[in-house]
Write a protein that binds this ligand. Structure first.
Ligand code: GTP
Ligand code: SPV
Ligand code: MN
Length: 603
């Protein structure tokens, strides 16, 4: 090794050591532990957490290596109102983010960090987001006083000595400082300083608030870096669909929190498809980093190494791959327990809960037995569908980008954008009902552009412009689609069976990318007619299918009006191109309404 390299190395480690020292001076821990990511370290932490009650051992005969953690009851989801993006210029954070001036923000949160680790251990977690040898990966270091966070980060990221070695080599890393504080919602902030590549999180031990590699780094900070460097950091699953000829097509899909990413990323093909030879490979279930490759296609990696998945609704019928993965060596958070200490949640069609997520005797009067946002943390490689390509340093080429949300009415099962700019409008205009993944009301329809409303680290207007900037010579961009698995009928039930049957829609998408399947032009985009989809073996009545594939022009006229107001809310940061695209759709709808015999284009 040359002297120059070793000088760089030690100065880089100096920067890290100095930061750790300065944090220790502020937070006053009793001990400092540098995590190496080893088995022995994990075992020791686990023993310590079992002893102090942070973790509860589950039935080791049925669930070897599995434990349960119960959060503080006021700390069970992301807190969007306490999540800030602190840029020098307020407009750079945009109206899509809560904002504070960086100096003021540091002062407020440092006052909370002052002395907060007395009596505790400060853990230093070097981690790598993405395969250790991938040029698309990025590193960070999280400092935390929560051993539960260490255990989760060990599953969710490549954590320990190998990551530290990459940090030494590379120079830069994202700094994340976390303390559970007093777990007091009145003393809780999740702050981002993208200009300083810094995160400070205080007062929560839960998921995206505390595992700083995930939403804080891999989306809010990374989206900021991606814009500067010409790539995309997105709230998307990545799935490989292998057709009977053995060709695998990679699809990236952005659905808001608790809207079906994990499920789609590991779906099991319907019986007929399985027999014909279709296979589904999981690359990622939550986050996707994409950049143009030498051939002009977009290549994607999953920066994570595990799944932090929603438990309720996970079952043999809906997601057998997830259920197989979480049978061993899994940390469960806020699920219920059966009499013999097996994990239980609503939608798991076996066992009976006796203890609820708070540890109380199960009483239906107290609401669901498992918290609606209860989760499992599991290594991705434990999923039977885990793709060997997930470790590939160059990533996988993306054929299609899919947007989707929970839309009980109006939005059809699937439609395709005419071109990239139209696709960007479709993504920007996305709406979805809120879910239990964040605190606040559930089931409220809101705009959630590209499923990034809680995660875009800068002004949405600039973000839309960044997306549009990919439309340029030399790039072979994916086709863009929109799906809606959550359309409801008059009886309030879902019209589409969803889950494994979603492969029928993915098949149409793949065929469209190859220029094969048919479609009809409508003012909102290209829709399949009923016979463009393969529906053999599916019991779906014609009336439901007709609703799923219809375009309600009156409803869309109102929707497009509302989208116009939404785009205008980002002021002059919204690209003119996006307004023009919306006006084109509005005009097409108006023309169709003027000529249509009824106000609907049915299939
Ligand atoms: P985050 O981890 O919060 O980002 O969520 P996610 O997008 O990965 O959602 P996930 O796949 O965990 O699904 C959330 C909930 O939606 C679960 O209760 C699923 O059972 C349910 N769900 C997923 N896919 C479908 C579907 O195709 N149809 C219906 N009706 N429900 C679905
Ligand atoms: C989400 O809310 O989108 C999640 C869970 O994936 S969390 O890690 O809490 O963000
Ligand atoms: Mn998510």
């Amino acid at each position: 090794m040359s002297q120059y390299t070793s000088a760089v190395r030690s100065s880089q480690l100096d920067a890290l050591t100095q930061w750790v020292d300065s944090v220790a001076r502020l937070t006053r821990p009793d001990r400092i532990h540098w995590c190496d990511g080893s088995q022995a370290e994990a075992a020791a932490l686990r023993a310590q957490m079992l002893a102090d009650g942070t973790l509860i051992e589950l039935n080791q005969a049925t669930h070897p290596g599995c434990t349960l953690h119960r959060s503080h009851p006021s700390d069970v989801a992301r807190v969007e109102h306490l999540t800030l993006v602190c840029t020098r210029n307020r407009d750079d954070a945009g109206p899509n983010n809560h904002w504070l001036d960086p100096a003021e923000a540091h002062a407020r949160i440092d006052a909370l960090f002052d002395g907060c680790m007395r009596g505790r251990t400060l853990y230093v977690i070097p981690y790598c987001m993405g395969p250790l040898d991938s040029p698309l990966s990025r590193c960070g270091v999280e400092i935390t006083d929560s051993p539960y966070v260490v255990a989760n980060m060990r599953i969710m990221t490549r954590m320990g000595s190998a990551a530290l070695a990459r940090i030494e080599r590379e120079g830069s890393f994202v700094k994340g400082l976390h303390s559970i504080g007093e777990l007091d919602p009145e003393r809780r902030w999740i702050m981002h300083f993208p200009e300083e590549l810094t995160i400070k999180s205080y007062g929560s031990g839960y998921g995206g608030n505390a595992l700083l590699g995930k939403k804080c780094h891999a989306l809010r900070i990374a989206s900021w870096q991606a814009r500067q460097e010409g790539w995309l950091a997105e709230h998307m699953l990545i799935v490989g669909v292998e057709d009977p000829r053995g060709n695998t097509h990679y699809i990236a899909a952005a659905f808001p929190s608790a809207c079906g990413k994990t499920n789609l990323s590991m779906l099991i093909p319907p019986e007929g498809y399985r027999r014909a030879g279709w296979k589904v490979w999981t690359i990622g279930d939550d986050i996707c980093w994409m950049r143009p490759g030498a051939d002009g296609r977009l290549y994607a990696i999953n920066p994570e190494a595990g799944f932090f998945g929603v438990a309720p609704g996970t079952d043999h019928g809906t997601n057998p791959n997830a259920l197989a993965a979480i049978g061993h060596d899994t940390i469960y958070t806020n699920v219920a327990l059966t009499a013999d200490n097996q994990p239980w949640w609503e939608g798991l069609h076996e066992g009976t809960p006796v203890t609820d997520w708070r540890g109380r005797p199960w009483d239906p009067a107290n609401g669901p037995a498992a918290h609606p946002n209860s989760r499992f943390t599991v290594a991705a490689r434990q999923a039977p569908s885990w793709s060997p390509m997930a470790e590939h340093p160059q990533g996988v080429p993306i054929s299609a980008i899919v947007f989707g949300g929970r839309r009980p009415s109006l939005v059809p099962l699937v439609f395709q954008a005419r071109d990239w700019a139209h696709g960007v409008l479709i993504g920007a205009a996305m709406g979805s009902e809120t879910t239990a993944a964040a605190t606040g009301a559930v089931g409220v329809l809101r705009r959630d552009s590209m499923a990034m409303k809680p995660f875009c680290g800068y002004n949405y207007g600039d973000y839309f412009a960044h997306w549009l900037s990919f439309e340029r010579a030399g790039l072979q961009l994916p086709q863009i689609f929109h799906v809606n698995w959550f359309r409801k009928g008059g009886d309030g039930k879902f019209l589409w069976p969803g889950f494994g049957e979603n492969l029928r829609v993915l098949e149409w998408i793949i065929e469209r990318c190859a220029g094969q399947a048919g479609a009809q032009e409508t003012p909102i985009g290209l829709l399949p007619r009923a016979d463009d989809l393969h529906l053999q073996g599916l019991s779906l009545d014609n009336a439901a299918l007709e609703q799923l594939l219809a375009v309600d022009l009156d409803g869309w006229a109102r929707e497009v009006e509302d989208i116009g107001q939404y785009l205008a809310s980002f002021g002059d940061r919204t690209p003119a191109r996006l307004h023009a695209e919306r006006e084109r759709i509005a005009a097409a709808i108006a023309r169709a309404r003027a000529t249509a015999p009824r106000s609907a284009v049915a299939s």
